[in-house]
Design a protein around this ligand. Structure first.
Ligand SMILES: [Zn+2]
Length: 460
């Protein structure tokens, strides 16, 4: 009876039979204390289950002296986390029962991450995602163009399965040339389009140029939507709502959905995942960690997503209760703890895009000046008033990130802005946005000595 442990839960058995509309209603109306109890109970079950059936977890718990029977909450696991590298190293050690399908996500090391599911889980994922789409406003009367990718990692197929559950009308495009979808908008009377943000942006450009039709919903995922794009899309598509969902190959179904107009937040699925933030800074920002609560083939316990975000326990003004999560602030591997806080590329992007006359290329280098920390912001400037550029950057920092400015004011770090001529920062296709030279000088590819750099000057 290997593997039946989790599926015997009567609540799950009941949930599997529900329509997306009914499940969505339950998500929206279940009292939070019931959700918390269910989550806690499922967490204990998962820990026991993986310790019996997964070689990786059995070994890891044994090595750390963790008794699965005594684990009540994630905190009882101490500093144990599942790392993406653990899966890459030996995916088979995670498998608890026979899978039917494998998905791969690209790894940065060249080795791909394998995630396994079975048929029952796929059907469960379809149902959860269908309920998520329902919460975001999708109805059975809608006509959907699904342009999520159908390749080795899963969004296209999973979305397609979910759409089948919602009983709407759809076309499974895959990530084709946006022009192909644009040409068929009128023919099939689509009123909902789903795809990656960059793809949706390209489609919207086509619509802006050649004429648009009224659209009800644009649903994005897999990466964040630039803030400025949302109002523009809404205008071009004659009132379309732009909604995002947050998922990954490891999560399977979406963890977060945007059902309301509250900007920059996701409502989380608290019954299928146990979300935590580890090593949060004073503002609550840290790395997202989740435990899958209903998987039986390859459950993941405290999996580190590498994404930086913040959990928001306060209820949403839209009336929905439950945990929310802020827009992603970057990747853990891009995060640098410096200048008295957790710094990530988006923070500097937000500051610099509000300063006029700069190109899109920039790089921040953290150095030590004696014992003192120095934040060196390298930008490409089209302007001639260098001192004013420096003042503008500082002013934006002050406006948007008062905590960071406070640390500057009280002398936790020094700030220096180096101006470069346009086109001089980027030597490769990819420009590393943040470089930490404080403790390891070996891997430094800093641009501060780039040819043509104007003189460095301490801002302010
Ligand atoms: Zn809301």
């Amino acid at each position: 009876m290997k593997g039946w442990y989790l599926t015997l839960n009567p609540v799950d058995f009941f949930a599997d039979q529900l329509s997306p509309a009914a499940l969505a209603r339950i998500y929206q109306t279940t009292p939070q204390w019931v959700v918390a109890r269910l989550r806690a109970q499922r967490f204990r079950q998962v820990v026991k289950y993986v310790s019996r059936h997964s070689e990786f977890y059995r070994q890891a718990f044994q090595d750390r002296g963790i008794d699965p029977a005594k684990v009540r909450t994630p905190a009882d696991l101490g500093d144990f986390y599942t790392m993406p590298e653990d899966i890459i190293a030996d995916p088979k050690a995670f498998i608890c029962r026979a899978p039917n399908i494998v998905f791969e996500s690209s790894g940065t090391s060249g080795k791909n991450k394998q995630i396994y599911y079975d048929q029952h889980e796929l059907s469960q994922i379809a149902q959860i995602d269908a309920a998520g789409l329902r919460v975001m406003g999708l109805r059975s009367t809608d006509r959907v163009a699904n342009a999520f990718d159908f390749s080795m990692w899963i969004p296209g197929m999973l979305v397609h399965n979910a759409l089948m559950r919602t009983r709407c009308f759809c076309m499974a495009f895959g990530k084709v040339d946006p022009l192909e979808v644009y040409r068929r908008l009128k023919q099939y009377e689509f009123n909902v389009i789903m795809g990656e943000p960059t793809w949706l942006i390209r489609l919207t450009e086509l619509a802006e140029e050649h004429g648009s039709v009224p659209m009800k919903l644009l649903i994005g995922g897999a990466e964040e939507m630039p803030r400025e794009a949302i109002g523009w899309m809404n205008r071009v598509w004659q009132g379309a709502k732009v909604r995002m969902c947050y998922g990954s190959v490891e999560l399977g179904s979406g963890l977060g959905y945007q059902p309301c107009d509250e900007p920059d937040v996701y409502h989380l699925d608290d019954t299928d995942f146990y979300s935590e933030i580890i090593e949060p800074d004073s503002g609550g920002l840290g790395e997202l960690v989740f435990t899958t609560l209903r998987r039986t083939v390859m459950p993941l316990v405290r999996y580190r997503m590498r994404d930086i975000t913040r959990l928001i326990p306060e209820p949403c003004p839209c009336g929905l209760k439950g945990m929310r999560m802020s827009r992603l602030r970057g990747r853990r591997d891009e995060l640098i703890v410096a200048s008295g806080g957790n710094l990530y590329p988006l923070l500097f992007e937000n500051i610099l895009r509000r300063v006029e006359g700069l190109t899109h290329d920039w790089q921040v280098v953290f150095k030590l000046d004696g014992l003192r920390e120095l934040m060196e912001i390298n930008v490409e400037s089209l302007r001639t008033d260098d001192q004013q550029v420096r003042r503008d950057i500082q002013q934006q920092m002050r406006l948007q990130y008062p905590d960071l400015t406070k640390n500057l004011d009280i002398g936790i770090f020094d700030l220096c802005v180096v101006l470069h001529p346009p086109g001089s920062l980027r030597h490769d296709r990819k420009l590393k946005r943040m470089i930490d030279q404080r403790h390891d000088y070996s891997d430094a590819a800093a641009v501060s000595a780039a040819p043509g750099s104007k003189e460095a000057a301490h801002a302010g």
